[in-house]
Ligand binder design. Structure first.
Ligand SMILES: Cc1cc2nc3c(=O)[nH]c(=O)nc-3n(C[C@H](O)[C@H](O)[C@H](O)COP(=O)(O)OP(=O)(O)OC[C@H]3O[C@@H](n4cnc5c(N)ncnc54)[C@H](O)[C@@H]3O)c2cc1C
Length: 353
């Protein structure tokens, strides 16, 4: 239950991804007044899904494994779980020469999950089960602190706030962008920039290839992952292994290009990215691909971090009502990891306020 001071505490969260929404869900349950600001129209961030031509597909994070009791509790107990579906099939591997092998039996023994309505359902469920507001299509472009309170300024110059607590959850480079646009008489801001600037992110293209025919991956696998990181494809999976995603008689493959290839081709047109993905998939599967029916693509500028920031290094910012969460503190792209950082931020805020 909330105490008297919590009644007064207003919390702003920037980012309606897994970390920001997990924090908002938890903090609203603790009795705080929470407002989430999200630049996109949709919610759930990189745990993203789209619909096209009767297919539902996950074009960002492809699946999740609970990985900890805390996340399992959230997914299977605290949130409705009737739409969760276990993904059938293993993950095999391929090397730089396209040689395919069966994957790691231990990893394959672990269940992989998404939602029938797409992985972005996670974000929607956190919003429905919590008690907080989400302002969509609201890009926060700068921050200011006066006295003990924070205000947020959006891209149209409108001020939001004031707030007692501010939780920042975008990918580290975007959080750095916000911090350098902060008006605050506090050296802690520059220190936090220093902490977050240490977190590098890979870019990555996801390409969706739809066929009006059945195309099975080798070994009846759900997915193939590149084991030596030397292939231009990093990941290839079949959305048809997820209940409710692809109509019968069709195939929808998700090809994620490697970070190196994606960086080299970052400014190429979607048509040329799709064509390169089609050729890479065709060659990996033995040049037997049918004609493409339709395709889609997404360029993820900040797809995955590959080194973490330490959350302990942000501890002093709590005195200023400033907190952080997101996969920058995991060091790799993982939805469960991001959820955990959001829940941990909620605990730190609850202990402080
Ligand atoms: C192609 C791809 C494949 C992946 N595969 C997997 C996988 O199979 N399994 C897995 O577990 N993970 C996977 N991941 C990683 C996973 O998606 C992320 O680690 C996780 O979703 C990150 O959540 P987050 O809350 O930290 O950040 P995000 O989801 O990025 O959320 C941050 C939010 O902040 C918003 N935002 C940013 N700046 C502002 C601003 N100034 N104002 C307002 N809003 C702002 C963004 O729009 C975004 O919604 C994958 C990621 C990608 C891109």
């Amino acid at each position: 239950m909330r105490n008297a001071s919590r009644l007064m505490s207003r919390i702003a969260i920037i980012g309606a991804g897994a970390s920001g929404l997990a924090a908002a869900f938890q903090l609203s349950k603790e009795g705080f007044e929470v407002c989430v600001f999200e630049k996109s129209r949709g919610v759930s961030g990189r745990a993203a899904s789209r619909s096209r031509n009767g297919c539902r597909y996950d074009h960002g994070a492809n699946y999740l494994k609970p990985e900890s009791n805390e996340v399992a509790e959230l997914l299977f107990k605290a949130l409705p779980h009737d739409d969760l579906c276990r993904i059938a099939g293993d993950i095999s591997t391929f090397d730089r020469n396209g040689r395919i092998s069966s994957g790691d039996p231990e990893q394959n023994a672990e269940s992989k999950w998404t939602y029938r309505s797409g992985i972005s359902t996670l974000g929607k469920l956190l919003i429905e089960a919590g008690n907080f507001t989400v302002s969509r299509e609201t890009l926060i472009s700068s921050l200011s602190r006066e006295g003990t309170q924070w205000s947020l300024i959006d891209a149209e110059g409108k001020t939001k706030g004031p707030f007692d607590v501010l939780l920042l959850t975008p990918p580290a480079p975007q959080t750095v962008g916000l911090l350098v646009n902060t008006k605050a008489d506090a050296p802690i801001i520059a220190e936090m920039v220093g902490v977050l600037e240490q977190v590098p992110y890979h870019s990555q293209f996801s390409v969706l290839l739809n066929f009006n025919a059945n195309v099975a991956l080798p070994n009846k696998a759900f997915a193939l992952i590149n084991s030596d990181r030397e292939h231009q494809l990093a990941w290839l999976s079949d959305e048809g292994h997820k209940a409710g995603h692809v109509p019968q008689g069709e195939t929808l493959l998700v090809a994620q290009m490697s970070p190196n290839w994606s960086a080299e081709h970052y400014d190429d047109s979607p048509a040329s990215i799709i064509s390169a993905a089609y050729q890479a998939v065709s060659s990996l599967l033995g040049d037997n691909l049918p004609t493409l029916h339709w395709s889609d693509s997404q360029r993820w500028r900040y797809a995955h971090p590959y080194a973490p920031a330490k959350i302990e290094d942000t501890a002093e910012a709590a005195e200023f009502g400033l907190f952080f969460a997101g996969d920058a503190f995991v060091g790799k792209g993982r939805v469960p990891g991001a959820l955990k950082t959001g829940l941990a931020a909620a605990r730190r805020i609850t202990e402080t306020f």
